[in-house]
Structure formats: structure tokens, C-alpha cells
Design a binder for this molecule. Structure first.
Ligand SMILES: Cc1ncc(CO)c(N)n1
Length: 232
């Protein structure tokens, strides 16, 4: 099912439309979060942005493993191919994009891995790895879909608003790109196909994974914004 690039995400027919309807309040909270607002006003502090990029570097390393686990479990080769392609793009962002952003901020890219994994990053990635490794394919797919989809939607919104900070704009351009959106649309089509075959119990469980990961997405931005560290 194709869809206009500017259509509201909840307007999708099928399972993905139902999934999105449930996370609408979380998505709204993301769009109004000071981290996201700060990207477009330029008021977001460099320290928060660097912490975000550092945590995202850790995150993407785990996310790639999760995607490849799902690729191995996928029901058909089209799904395997889509997931490996997305994993390769995420691996490229982990190194290329993040180093470029740091250089743009006059910071050393080596700083990124000098940060340890902070509590929210640890919780979110552990949750994704556990779900991909021990859950069904549908569970794992539902858990990673907010990662794909929320970034594409946030990217679209941020692209419209723009940022006066060229480094923040570079980050926005990456997730607000047509290329990223087309990858996400393929993943959404796969998710609709998988969802259509799920029994009520499996569907409800997968839906809970989707909602849980969406909450972690909000928490991930919030954690960077408040420079989260370990309390003890
Ligand atoms: C936390 C997080 N979620 C999703 C994406 C999109 O790949 C990302 N880079 N980071």
C-alpha cells in the first residue's frame, strides 16, 4: 500500500494505522519535547546534542544486531533483504553521520564512545535485543517499528521547520530525506503484511511491544536533554 509522503501516519489503513493510533499521545509528546523544539529553534545545547549522538552511537550498534537477528528470522527473502539493507544504513550512520556531526561541532568523534551507555540507552537496547532474540518475528518487528517510523515522522516535521544550526540541520536532512522515508515505507508494508496474519493474542502482544518502544523513543530524547547519568 503506497501513501502520499505528507499523509498523517495514523491515516494508514491496515495494522500499522492501528498501531500508530495508540501511540499518538507519545508522538505528540515527542514533537513538543524541548529537545525536538530546541533543534528547530537552535536553542538545544551542544552538550545535549553530543550526549544524544553518543547514546545513539551505542544505540545503533545494538540496533544493527537487532535488525540482523530479525533478518535471519524473517518469513521471506524480501523481508530479509529489507532488514539487512536497513541494518547497513544504520551501521553507516553510526560511523559516517555521527563523525561528521561531531566535526561540525568542533568536537572529536572519539568522544562519542568515551561516553558510557546511560540508563535509558541501556534499558531501551536491552529491551530490543531481548525481544528480537527471544520473541517471535512479529514481536521483534513491532518493537523496532517505532525506531523506523517515529524518526521518519519527526524527520518530516523537522524538515518543514528547519534549523538555524547547520549541524542540527544536517541531522534533520538525514532523517527527513526521501531515501530514509522510502526505507521506512517498505518496513511499514512488511509490518502490515505480518500483522494481517496474527491471531488475537499474538497481535495484542506485538502491539504492546510497539507501544513500549515508542515510550522509549520519547525517553531517549528526554534522557539526552537532561544529560542523564547513572545516579549511583
Ligand atoms: C534512538 C533511535 N531510534 C531510532 C533511530 C532511527 O534509526 C535512531 N537513530 N535512534
Amino acid at each position: 500500500m503506497t501513501q502520499a509522503a505528507d499523509a498523517p501516519p495514523g491515516a494508514r489503513p491496515g495494522w500499522t494505522g492501528q498501531l500508530w493510533a495508540e501511540i499518538e499521545p507519545v508522538y505528540d509528546a515527542i514533537l513538543t519535547h524541548p529537545f525536538i523544539k530546541g533543534l528547530t529553534t537552535g536553542e538545544l545545547s551542544t552538550d545535549s546534542f553530543v550526549q544524544f549522538i553518543s547514546q545513539d552511537t551505542h544505540y545503533l550498534q545494538e540496533y544493527v544486531r537487532v535488525l540482523l537477528t530479525l533478518a535471519a528470522k524473517a518469513p521471506d527473502f524480501a523481508a530479509t533483504k529489507m532488514l539487512t539493507t536497513h541494518a547497513a544504513a544504520a551501521a553507516a550512520a553510526e560511523t559516517g553521520l555521527h563523525a561528521e556531526l561531531m566535526t561540525g561541532l568542533d568536537r572529536d568523534p572519539a568522544e562519542l564512545l568515551a561516553f558510557d551507555m546511560r540508563p535509558t540507552t541501556r534499558a531501551y537496547t536491552t529491551y530490543l535485543v531481548a525481544t528480537a532474540f527471544s520473541g517471535s518475528f512479529a514481536d521483534g518487528l513491532a518493537a523496532v517499528m517505532p525506531c523506523f517510523w517515529i524518526y521518519a515522522e519527526v524527520g518530516k516535521q523537522l524538515q518543514q521547520a528547519g534549523s538555524p544550526n547547520p549541524v542540527y540541520q544536517r541531522w534533520i536532512d538525514s532523517y527527513g530525506s526521501e531515501e530514509y522515508l522510502s526505507e521506512v515505507l517498505l518496513a511499514l508494508d512488511l509490518t502490515d503484511k505480518i500483522g494481517a496474519d496474527l491471531g488475537a493474542e499474538d497481535e495484542a502482544r506485538a502491539r504492546r511491544h510497539f507501544a513500549m518502544a515508542a515510550r522509549y523513543e520519547w525517553m531517549f530524547w528526554d534522557a539526552a536533554h537532561r544529560l542523564e547519568s547513572w545516579p549511583v
